[in-house]
Design a protein around this ligand. Structure first.
Ligand SMILES: Nc1ncnc2c1ncn2[C@@H]1O[C@H](COP(=O)(O)OP(=O)(O)OP(=O)(O)O)[C@@H](O)[C@H]1O
Ligand SMILES: [Mg+2]
Length: 504
């Protein structure tokens, strides 16, 4: 646990920025490292703006004289001779002040050859440019199974609960992965209060509480999709690719020597099932689907806020892994981040940079599933080989695919669809997207319903005729996308020849 932190301290990194909202747990971990894992042992001091510097473990009133102001505290730190770790909590509101900033840099310079480190601990990352080169930023990891096990054991003991079987215990622990220690305590308590006990049967309560907590953080969203992959018409190649990887996140796949799948990008024409297939993959693979809302990552209220948001979201996704991280409309999320004119002080290109680095380095089984329909808006780095395992292009459906889509959507609405001639419908809907086909069916149903009768083939044909599909109104864009994708992406449909032949 927190191996990285230990290594940084040991390697004499003078200034470490630890991003966490779990102060207590982090302090405990640092004190454990300081007192039992390092040679020489370090003393641990904690600074807060309310109490100044207090040695870890001492009562708050045993404060070092005159150390409340950040500069005074740092002066005091510079004067210390003994091997020590100094935790400065929530320094971020002061860190931009010239005096604080300068004294931090003085401290760093004075640390050479000593066993002293400063750890800036804060729930958000905010590093002034002057310090960017001196500081390493790391995240404090969320509790792992072993730590959660302690929380659970304590909970069971306190409530004099029945002993849990190994399986039940493991399920309860796994269900709480991704939560902080406090949150885990809370969900176990909630489950206990709800049914008066905590057993394997309460796993669902823990899971649903976790979903709530994740929702509340507002950036990740837990998506539950009822549809299976069979609700997607056509796209046979893409579906085959996905089915082939159903067990890609198992232990067995690792033993076999397969690499962990990293992610895929689905490019394509609007309304052709990109989002739908991404969502149904979660059921196909049996993995939770977490939607990352990039719009909510951006937060201009404070410098560093957006970065912190992204880090938190990725951290949560990693701790729930194996999981699918779904980024819908990637082109909208990262639009403009490649440009040189930074209208937002460089935030979007920094976010983009952190995201790419994360994708590059990630070891945890988080599969990134991204969709986009405007390639020209995507920063080129995303499209480079090796970033994603595969880039698929979802084109307008071929006649066979359209039959399939009609079949799916009609079957969804009526038990017997033998009265429909699917082949004719497919022929009449040239240039229609899946979404437009669905809309035509719904329009036909409205028409018939208003006349108090059952809808027919003719109603659908009339609806098709009354619609001008997007592929015609936005012909240029669609053509440009196709031309681009033909050379660079893998077609999601099986018959490539078909769309190459199609003309408007
Ligand atoms: N291939 C398909 N098979 C079945 N239904 C489809 C298909 N394509 C689209 N649909 C229907 O249209 C709806 C919208 O499709 P979806 O949101 O997946 O499109 P999209 O490709 O993500 O479009 P956009 O680029 O606008 O986000 C789906 O929920 C589904 O009902
Ligand atoms: Mg979509």
């Amino acid at each position: 646990m927190n191996q990285e932190l230990k290594i940084l301290i040991q390697a004499q990194y003078p200034l470490i920025y630890l991003v966490t909202s779990e102060e207590e747990r982090a302090e405990q971990a640092i004190s454990t490292i300081a007192q039992s894992e390092l040679k020489p042992q370090r003393r641990v001091f904690v600074w807060t703006v309310t109490h100044g510097i207090v040695e870890y473990g001492q009562p708050r009133n045993v404060t070092q004289h005159n150390t409340v102001s950040p500069e005074a505290a740092i002066e005091w730190i510079i004067r210390q001779k003994e091997p020590s770790i100094f935790i400065l909590k929530d320094l971020h509101p002061f860190i931009d002040a010239p005096a604080t900033n300068r004294s931090l840099r003085d401290a760093i310079a004075s640390f050479k050859g000593t066993h002293k480190n400063i750890i800036l601990m804060s729930p958000m990352q905010q590093v002034p440019i002057e310090l960017e080169k001196e500081v390493v930023v790391i995240d404090f990891t969320l509790p792992d199974m072993a730590e959660l096990n302690k929380v659970l054991t304590q909970h069971v003991d306190q409530n004099r609960g029945r002993r849990l079987t190994t399986e039940a215990r493991e399920k309860l622990l796994r269900a709480a992965l991704g939560l902080t220690k406090d949150e885990a305590e809370k969900v176990y308590r909630k489950a206990q209060v709800t049914t008066g006990r905590l057993t394997e049967d309460e796993v669902d309560i823990v899971l649903s509480e976790k979903k709530q907590l994740i929702r509340r953080n507002g950036i990740l969203e837990y998506i539950e999709e009822d549809e299976t992959i069979d609700a997607v018409g056509g796209l046979e190649e893409l579906k085959r690719w996905l089915k082939q990887r159903s067990n890609a996140f198992t232990e067995r796949a690792r033993e076999y020597g397969l690499p962990q799948p990293k992610g895929m990008l689905i490019l394509g024409v609007p309304g052709c099932g990109k989002s739908l297939i991404a969502k149904t993959t979660s059921r196909l693979w049996g993995l939770p689907l977490l939607r990352l809302d990039m719009g909510r990552v951006y937060d201009g209220s404070m410098v560093g806020r957006s970065e912190a948001n992204l880090r938190n979201a990725l951290k949560t996704a990693e701790s729930i892994s194996p999981a699918i991280l779904f980024i819908d409309e990637l082109d909208k999320s990262f639009a403009g981040s490649g440009g040189s004119s930074d209208s937002d002080g460089g935030t979007s290109s920094r976010i983009f940079g952190s995201f790419l680095t994360w994708m590059q380095d990630k070891k945890s089984p988080v599969f990134v599933m991204a969709t986009a329909n405007r390639v020209e808006r995507l920063p080129g780095e995303f499209l480079r080989k090796g970033r994603f395992d595969e880039i698929f292009f979802v084109d307008l459906p071929t006649p066979e695919e359209r039959q399939d889509i009609f079949n799916i959507h009609l079957t969804k609405r009526r038990e017997d669809i033998s009265r429909f001639d699917l082949e004719q419908l497919a022929k009449m809907s040239d240039g229609f997207s899946g979404a437009e086909i669905e809309q035509a069916i719904v329009a036909a149903m409205y028409e018939a319903f208003a006349q108090d009768r059952e809808f027919t083939q003719l109603d659908i044909i009339a609806a098709l005729k009354a619609t001008l599909p997007l592929s015609r109104t936005m012909q240029e864009q669609v053509t440009a996308l196709r031309d681009w994708a033909r050379q660079r992406a893998r077609p999601a449909a099986s018959s490539v020849a078909e769309y190459q032949r199609m003309e408007f």
